[in-house]
Design a binder for this molecule. Sequence first.
Ligand SMILES: C[S@@+](CC[C@H](N)C(=O)[O-])C[C@H]1O[C@@H](n2cnc3c(N)ncnc32)[C@H](O)[C@@H]1O
Length: 421
Amino acid sequence: MQGKIQMLAKTFAGLENVLKEELVELGASDVTVVNRGVMFSGSKEMLYKANFCCHTALRILRIIGVYKVKNANDLYNAVRGINWLEYFEPNQTFAVSSTVNSEAFNNSMFVSLKTKDAIVDQFRAALNKRPSVNTENPDIRVNVHASADDVTLSLDSSGESLHKRGYRIGQNEASMSEVLAAGLLKIAGWKGQCNLIDPMCGSGTIPIEAALIARNIPPGIFRKAFAFESWKDFDEELFDKIYNADYEVPFEHSIFAYDISSLNVKIASENARNAGLKKNIQFKVQDFSSLVPEAEKGLLIVNPPYGQRMNDRQVEPLYTMIGDTLKKNFRGYKAWVFSGSEDGLKKIGLRFSKRYVLYNGPLECEFRNYEMYEGSRKPSKNQGQWQNFNRKGGNNNSYHKGNHQSGQREGPRKRIRKKPD
Ligand SMILES: C[S@@+](CC[C@H](N)C(=O)[O-])C[C@H]1O[C@@H](n2cnc3c(N)ncnc32)[C@H](O)[C@@H]1O
């Protein structure tokens, strides 16, 4: 794998622009936003850094071929034309996964099977040996994306989804994805510049991701492995250098994580301890209705119960309480509410200045910004309108800008695990 590599970083709908900004900061070139992803190019170093450092990427695909394909024979020939011996050895295992939206093929299983046959036939013809298929835990993951008559073949360089950071030892039924939490923080302009409050922290995803961003700790330090480490061209020395570089910046402010449930506060604080971030986050059992912040100004991000997911359909009074508490105790704060409850959001009764549409799993949610100042209880002229949002292209907003036990690497890796302290 020499020279410029074409890559696709995948993310959740609505987070494409924050991911683009992360990739540009890391040095990506030819950066283009696509639906639920960002296309970019760069060196092998860029591929490793995108996996190791991005807070809002779910996986990084290395594109190895783009073809016009009309039928199964075309597909077989295109796959057979790639020099697979360059990427892996016959004693390694592989798996093919396909997404198909094409009249040429009516099912993704058939596309995966045809691709697998072409790869195996090439190994047999060249070496008289073939790699085995392992769908559970393959060394090499091949992706096929067929749309109309365009077929893109790529290698998944991440393996397990990058949202599975590895610091979480406990969660509740409403825990959000780490990538979504990081995306919300980035949309809200969080860089560690002030105090941050999550008054309904659940398992602590938002405060923990906030501490990682504030201290510039790459989320990859918690992971046991990336798929690119099994590739034939894996450059261990280069990855060691990236892994052991100095990323951290000082963080002078505090993160406050509260929840009404003592069990959730316990889970959240154990997760933070496991991530080595306990000293940055102050946890407390606290009902939001009586919360008075220590500092006069700051950022507040809250992800209240939605109703559907938490088996509680009576959420409206809770949202009325959130609006009242923000108005009463949080003047001077920038407040953001992330929720999938349309009825609940209506009950907040405050004027919002921005609104983003995002998804929590399949559930459409909104992320609303309320600037807390005197007289903010007037209804907004724009309530009910989509602001700054282009449904087709996703979110086109510009935005304001261890001793870690579960993530210990195994094997003779020279990289030294750095516990945030
Ligand atoms: C949707 S969950 C938050 C999930 C969290 N973002 C995570 O990733 O784990 C909502 C949380 O609000 C808490 N909660 C509900 N009412 C509350 C109140 N009045 N004050 C503080 N927390 C409350 C619940 O205990 C629950 O943990």
